[in-house]
Design a protein around this ligand. Structure first.
Ligand code: CP
Ligand code: NVA
Length: 309
């Protein structure tokens, strides 16, 4: 049994194995429809419980499809429907109950400590479906999407992030260390990645490139990533923060500094950090990116259940 909590704690060879498996599986089921089960039916009869403390469209639906296509099923809960969420039951007891009924647990939470606490008491695999500090299933799937579209290993590409130093960027930074790719980040000085994150990169003898001018981050990029300026857990002055990011809005002019072949990716949901011309334009692969969550999460589930070939 293995958990999938943070990219930085998972060996690179395992992350690579997940991507390779997802590539193979996606090809194998190209003529099947959404609810048809993969021929090998590897998670037959298994149940994934997924619990959301915050809103979700993609993660929720893509995990539902992922476990279904592997032969299992899912139960989706909101924490406020549970005794836990009402303050009437401890994490320890809830974790034991989940481990009694289910085979795997996916949690989206507004508290990183909760992930650690569940990990302590669960006897089934735990998957982090987004926390304030990371969004590992999203980013591993994004690496898959980049390589699928560009047909190049990500280590050969220049990746750029324009936006806030949030959970998605933290996972992208972890991925840049694991997969050794060049990562340029464009954001206002005040919103640069935390000292802790930067120290971790240095400790691993790797480098990220920080720019406070969006154009400097974008120059020569093969891929531009972005995300909402205001995240689900953001308790800041929203109007002020959006204003501080105004210069970082992604438009045709900014993208023109990247490579001609550059692609645009965004995990969704979007705010106004990117204009429609880019988001809905020919360089944008956001819908393919969202669909690939299903394929990569299937291989993440197999990894967690000890079934990855
Ligand atoms: N990208 C992503 O995780 O979307 P949801 O918040 O809709 O799950
Ligand atoms: N950074 C965003 C990602 C949403 C999928 C958030 O945490 O709200």
């Amino acid at each position: 049994m293995r958990h999938f909590i943070n990219l930085k704690d998972i060996p690179t060879k395992d992350l690579r194995k997940i991507i390779t498996d997802a590539t193979r599986r996606k090809k194998l089921r190209k003529d099947l429809s959404a609810l048809e089960i993969d021929k090998d039916n590897p998670l037959k009869g298994k149940m994934l419980v997924q619990m959301f403390e915050k809103a979700s469209s993609r993660t929720r639906i893509s995990f539902y499809l992922a476990i279904k296509q592997l032969g299992g099923g899912t139960l989706t809960l909101r924490s406020n429907e549970l005794h836990l969420g009402q303050g009437g039951e401890s994490i320890a007891d809830t974790a034991k109950i989940l481990s009694t009924y289910g085979d795997g647990f996916m949690l989206r939470t507004d508290d990183d400590k909760k992930i650690q606490n569940f990990k302590k008491y669960l006897s089934i695999p735990l998957i982090n479906g987004l926390s304030p500090s990371s969004h590992p299933t999203q980013v591993l799937s994004d690496i898959f999407t980049v390589e699928e579209i560009t047909k190049k290993p990500i280590s050969k590409l220049k990746i750029c992030w324009i936006g806030d130093s949030n959970n998605v960027l933290n996972s992208l930074i972890a991925a840049s260390v694991k997969f050794s790719f060049n990562l340029s980040i464009g954001c206002p000085k005040k919103f640069e990645p935390s000292k802790k994150v930067q120290q971790w990169v240095r400790k691993n003898k790797k480098k990220i490139h920080l720019h406070n001018e969006p154009k400097d981050a974008v120059i020569g990029a093969d891929v531009i990533f972005s995300d909402k300026v205001i995240s689900l857990n953001d308790k800041v002055n929203k109007k002020k923060k959006i204003k501080e990011f105004k210069r970082f809005k992604i438009n045709k002019k900014l993208i023109s500094y990247a490579k001609k072949s550059c692609i645009f990716l965004h995990c969704l949901p979007r705010g106004n950090e990117v204009d429609d011309e880019v988001f809905l334009g020919t360089k944008s692969y956001v819908w393919q990116q969202a669909l690939n969550r299903v394929h990569v999460q299937k291989s993440i589930l197999l990894y967690c259940f000890g079934k990855l070939r």
